[in-house]
Design a protein around this ligand. Structure first.
Ligand SMILES: [Fe+2]
Length: 387
């Protein structure tokens, strides 16, 4: 995130002597990506963050692709997924390619360990529930509609205050950022962007825990969860500064763009990654010309697979979807409004739709774990009179 942020206590110069009250040195740690040249933050720990007692395998994450050789429009109902214990370990994979993966989590309980994703950045969209994202860099309270952006390598855990939690999880090989076209050459969001820095919630409330014992950390790397027993409580940071940290943005802080006639999906873009974009479809007035057709036209995705997560049961151009639905409209075949939806939209003045869209530039594979919640007839749902 190109906003400098700092919490706690720091020495005046980087890499300079900085001592605890007992005279020992604080332990400096750089966290970032792209080695020493990407966005980074510098943390000061009470103890060395490298003190590990044990390393064991926690779980293998075998993601298998649906062997179905045809491609077609797909529909999955996440509302049918039963709760599973963990937000971090029991995510159900839905769709994936080498750049990005979408999964869904309905956690029954808080983890009894800390977690770090070492293979990807995470964007966790909180569809239901509330809590606190506790991290090594401070805490962020979250609630419905929040996107939690957790760059890789940042140790954290979730605390729940309102249940049930239902979360859409997007894991990205590349760095997740705001769209470049929203920022000026200095990194600031411009007046034309649909949100501003004021909408970006950064960590607060840094609490320093100076505790020795056995603290479990689960690290995701190479599609495997590895379990570490740490010698010291990992939330032992007294201060940090930099540009690399978790942040939150609520979908309702996205200011939707409306035109006299239909505007295409890029106006809804919220994030970009390597090989994908994420867009937010928010409640808004419809196009305001009396002759405007509010719902979109059919379109063949151009080198892009399009995934929608429906965070409300309403979506202007679709029928048969429900809260929690996920649709996949792949590149190579057109999709568009369902029969009757275009005519019905004429004269409408607003929509209350709420949806998260993931557009990927490389084809997605469907996870076998998603087949049990699939609506198998979806690809025929554009037939007049219904499938
Ligand atoms: Fe579309």
């Amino acid at each position: 995130m190109p906003i400098y942020h700092t919490l706690g206590h720091l020495p005046r110069k980087r890499h300079a002597v900085f001592r605890r009250a007992d005279g020992a040195l604080y332990a400096e740690e750089l966290i970032g990506n792209k080695g020493f040249v990407g966005p980074a933050s510098l943390l000061y720990h009470v103890h060395q963050p490298t003190a590990v007692r044990e390393v064991t395998i926690h779980r293998e994450l075998a993601w298998a692709a649906d062997p179905e050789p045809t491609f077609r429009h797909r529909h999955f109902r996440t509302a049918q997924l039963p709760p599973a214990p963990s937000l971090t370990a029991d995510r159900v994979p839905l769709l994936f390619n080498p750049d990005v993966a979408m999964s869904f989590a309905a956690p029954e309980r808080e983890d009894d360990y800390f977690y770090r994703n070492a293979q990807g950045d995470e964007v966790v969209f909180v569809s239901d529930g509330a809590g606190v994202l506790e991290t090594v860099m401070g805490a962020i309270a979250f609630g419905p509609g929040d996107y939690l952006v957790i760059p890789r390598g940042i140790l954290h855990r979730y605390r729940f205050t309102e249940r049930p939690l239902r979360c859409l999880v997007i894991e990205s090989r590349g760095y997740v950022r705001t769209p470049a076209r929203y920022r000026n050459e200095h990194g600031q969001l411009t007046e034309a962007a649909p949100f501003s820095e004021r909408d970006i919630r950064r960590p607060a409330g840094l609490e320093t825990r100076d505790e020795r014992g056995a603290f479990t950390l689960v690290v995701k790397k190479q599609n495997r969860l590895t379990r570490y027993t740490l010698e010291y409580h990992p939330f032992d940071v007294v201060g940090w500064d930099g540009y690399y940290y978790p942040w939150a943005f609520n979908i309702h802080d996205f200011e939707p763009r409306v035109g006299r006639f239909h505007l295409p999906p890029p106006v809804h873009q919220t994030f970009e990654g390597d090989g994908f974009v994420i867009c937010s479809f928010c409640p808004r007035p419809y196009d305001f010309d009396p002759q405007a057709v509010p719902v979109p036209y059919a379109h063949s995705n151009v080198m892009s697979d399009e995934v929608l997560y429906y965070a409300s049961a309403e979506f202007m151009s679709r029928k048969g979807i429900e809260y929690g639905s996920v649709t996949l409209h792949p590149d190579g075949i057109p999709h568009g409004p369902h029969p009757g939806r275009t005519e019905a939209s004429l004269g409408q003045t607003r929509t209350d739709e709420l949806a998260v869209m993931l557009d990927t530039f490389r084809p997605l594979q469907v996870s076998t774990a998603a087949l049990g919640i699939e609506d198998p007839g979806y690809y025929r749902s554009w037939l007049e009179g219904g499938a």
